[in-house]
Design a protein around this ligand. Sequence first.
Ligand code: AHR
Length: 501
Amino acid sequence: MKAKMTVNKAFTVSKIDPRIYGSFVEHMGRCIYTGIYEPGHPATDNEGFRNDVKELVKDLKIPFIRYPGGNFVSGYNWEDGIGPKEDRPKRLDLAWRTVESNQVGIHEFINWCKEVGAEANMAINLGTRGIDAARNIVEYCNHPGGTYWSDLRRKNGAEEPFKIKTWCLGNEMDGPWQIGMKTAEEYGRLAAEAAKVMKLVDSNIELVACGSSSQFMNTFAEWEATILEHTYPHVEYISLHSYYGNQKNDLPSYLAKSMDMDDFIKSVTAICDYIKAKQRSKKTLYLAFDEWNVWYHSNEKDSKNEPWQYAPPILEDIYNFEDALLVGCLLITLLKNCDRVKIACMAQLVNVIGPIMTEAGGEAWRQTIYWPLMQAAHFGHGTVLLSTVDVPTYDIEGRNGVPYIESIAIHNEEKEEIVILAVNRSADENMELSLDLQGFELGDVIECKEMHGHDIKLANTKENGQPVAPVDGKLPTISGNSLSATLAPLSWNMIRVTVRA
Ligand code: AHR
């Protein structure tokens, strides 16, 4: 099969905001406890955080991490996680029906973020709490000192403010499962008032309003329009959440699910712009896709969980090769929309639907989905080029015209290189990709990495030595400003080429 991709140096989508490679750490399951934090584990630092996990997170180059939930945040009292650890209360976490020890709280999380080189993104509780707790947490975290909450932070060991820039106004408040679920009117009013006081405390912060918890909610679209009527002047972003799965074991349809993500992004963008027009606003709202991933493998097992355990194994999806291919398509989709999607968080980071798995007291390793995220986070920087792709398509139930490749070209001006990310969705044919890079003077191929040739159900486990990982691929050829590459059937590919400035 053949594909012809054309880009031009002058026609761009946007600069990539590095926060598009964000992640998410929630107090749930084993994400924190026995994930990133495990006192007594042979590889811990002085604070009880696992060094082996820290290394894997650093290798991933995650720039931005959302915390502490997720559904958990809607019942969370942030004050439970500050002060001497021995005085912190154990609480029932009603979101996941587990026991929360509060041994990790804001201070520990911020210190850990510094160590892994990521910016912290904090969510506030708009389920059981409201404006008062919202203003207090911003004062505690961001006010320099001389007031009750800021001095308490200093007493608790952090002389300097945390300067948390981005805050989420609650989580999935449209969901019937959410503690303190609200109607769009109720949430819109509360979020607007919380936003107002939070910005009175610190005018430098940026805020994310809660969009629908998926594009398949009955209230989707109406929810966005209503909550934005209230919050548009007060916030910078609206959130999108979406999880995907191959429940029907139908690979062509599964790999096309990134097109659902694209539709979702386009719809939310349209709603934002409708409210912008309606309110005669000069401000453009951006999108924070702050929960996305594959999530379905663990559903059956989780339905049998006993309540009130400490750090039980929940949502422990074991990812296989086809999941890595879809994650590659989803990453490319986020990048194609980087003019509006400024933040995106793969949910979550460790054990809970995570690219990293750990064994309590044992090893930590990379799941299959770790690799496309890692390669994009390392090399997908600069400007996304607008592309046209002429490629055969296939039809699935409910959608016609799924292109056999998902691809993107990025111009990294700083490093003077072009980075191509591409997935070949065809199960049986090579894709002969010819890429016309108009306006560029191409140099040499720096590297060509690919993941392909595995059984689509092959997972990376502790026992099998994690076979799904990128390897060197056949180097593309360059002629003038055109590049020719062969993309193997069912493959994830990353190609880097030098360009002259
Ligand atoms: O990431 C797991 C859960 O999915 C989050 O807690 C929630 O926000 C979403 O429903």
